[in-house]
Design a protein around this ligand. Structure first.
Ligand SMILES: Cc1cc2nc3c(=O)[nH]c(=O)nc-3n(C[C@H](O)[C@H](O)[C@H](O)COP(=O)(O)OP(=O)(O)OC[C@H]3O[C@@H](n4cnc5c(N)ncnc54)[C@H](O)[C@@H]3O)c2cc1C
Length: 355
């Protein structure tokens, strides 16, 4: 849901610009313009409908952000900092739009990039980078969320196929994606591995894969997650991601995407702040939001510093700052709530798009 009545409060009042180079600034401008011109005018309608605006997919593909930090295969090879800035700008317009990119680029493409063989990467990443093929990441199960290490979905080798059985829940794009990374326990060694499900040529799912969008959500309404039942699903053995050998690999993929969650909350908080600032004509004054503004600069400094640290230390070491990111994200969520509270009754409905 967009939270800005107008996007004219674009001035860089929190000094982010000081930390960025020309390429970072150009990227922000590109994503912001997409959000303002293409997302904001329609997103409230999709929030109400609880559906994703799939007509945005071609424009998304042209933005030069799909695949974010992945090098080669038609991906832009963004820095970790730029990946964060993209998440922030998309979330400033709408969280669901950012989740779309986080699931497709971060989790699905990220799994293939990190764990696929060269042949698998050549096969799947270029069409995903062009958004000709959408990706999903199916880890969570009805009985296993945070404790996904205990997942029960099984994979049994039968000739040249794996037979998958189990169920998954809350899988973003899991009912529409062309490629679904299914995490399942190999019955041969009890290790958790990643299996790539591909749609049939006619756009249907192979027998044994039944996915339905979860309805009635109260948040992230403009993107859907699926409940998935898997029964006797046959996946070619060659679709096992070559370097996925244990649950540790799930953690490796998640480590590359975690920091964007903090950036997302920064985007939401910024949008809420901007909207509160827009409400000055309703008697909300600068001093009411000044403390928030001061904290903002601290968050921006931390986020940028963490982004840079990740570049220096490499993606796998990003977990070094996980606790710090979590604390900051929690604070930012609180701040976003406070900014929304400043709006009181008008903060409870989606704002109309700008004229
Ligand atoms: C909008 C949305 C999109 C999602 N998209 C995807 C997706 O694309 N793919 C996917 O695989 N999954 C997805 N998920 C699932 C998400 O990863 C899980 O919701 C998450 O892992 C938490 O699991 P849970 O909801 O079962 O909560 P639980 O694990 O039941 O946790 C509930 C609460 O208990 C706390 N808790 C849990 N374990 C402990 C512990 N050991 N000690 C102390 N406290 C604990 C948690 O912090 C939390 O506050 C999505 C979820 C949502 C809501």
């Amino acid at each position: 849901m967009t939270t800005t009545t107008e996007m004219s409060v674009n001035s860089d009042f929190y000094g982010l610009d000081d930390y960025l180079n020309d390429a970072d600034r150009a990227l922000i401008a590109r994503v912001r313009s997409f959000v303002e011109q293409d997302v904001t005018p329609i997103i409230n309608e999709y929030w109400e409908k609880a559906d994703f605006p799939y007509q945005l997919v071609p424009k998304f593909a042209e933005l030069g952000i799909i695949g974010t930090a992945i090098q080669g295969y038609g991906c832009p090879g963004l820095t970790r900092l730029q990946t964060g800035l993209v998440a922030m700008e998309l979330s400033r317009g709408d969280g669901s739009i950012n989740t779309f990119n986080a699931v497709h680029s971060g989790l699905a493409m990220g799994s293939i990039n990190l764990l696929g063989s060269d042949e698998q990467k050549q096969r799947w990443l270029p069409p995903m980078a062009r958004l000709e093929k959408l990706g999903a990441f199916a880890l969570t199960e009805p009985a296993h969320g945070s404790d996904s290490v205990a997942l029960e979905t099984s994979a049994r080798l039968d000739g040249d196929h794996y037979v998958i059985n189990g169920s998954k829940r809350w899988i973003g794009l899991g009912h529409v994606a062309d490629l679904v990374i299914i995490w399942a326990r190999d019955t041969a060694d009890q290790k958790v591995k990643a299996f790539v499900l591909e749609k049939n040529g006619d756009g249907t799912y192979p027998a044994g894969y039944h996915a339905e969008a979860i309805t009635g959500k109260m948040a992230k309404r403009a993107i859907q997650q699926a409940q998935i039942e898997i029964e006797g699903l046959r996946i070619p053995a060659e679709n096992l991601l070559a370097k996925s050998t244990s649950f540790r690999d799930v953690g490796a993929v998640l480590n590359t995407t975690r920091s964007t969650v903090a950036w997302e909350s920064l985007g939401h908080a910024t949008a809420a702040y901007e909207m509160a600032k827009c409400a000055e004509d309703r008697g909300i004054h600068e001093e009411d939001i000044m403390p928030t503004m001061a904290e903002w600069e601290v968050y921006i400094r931390v986020a940028v510093a963490v982004g840079r640290k990740a570049i220096e230390q490499g993606v796998a070491r990003e977990k070094v700052s996980r606790r710090e990111l979590r604390e900051r994200a929690e604070k930012m969520i609180r701040e976003a709530r406070e900014s929304t509270a400043l709006l009181m009754r008008e903060g409870y409905i989606p704002a109309p798009p700008p004229d």
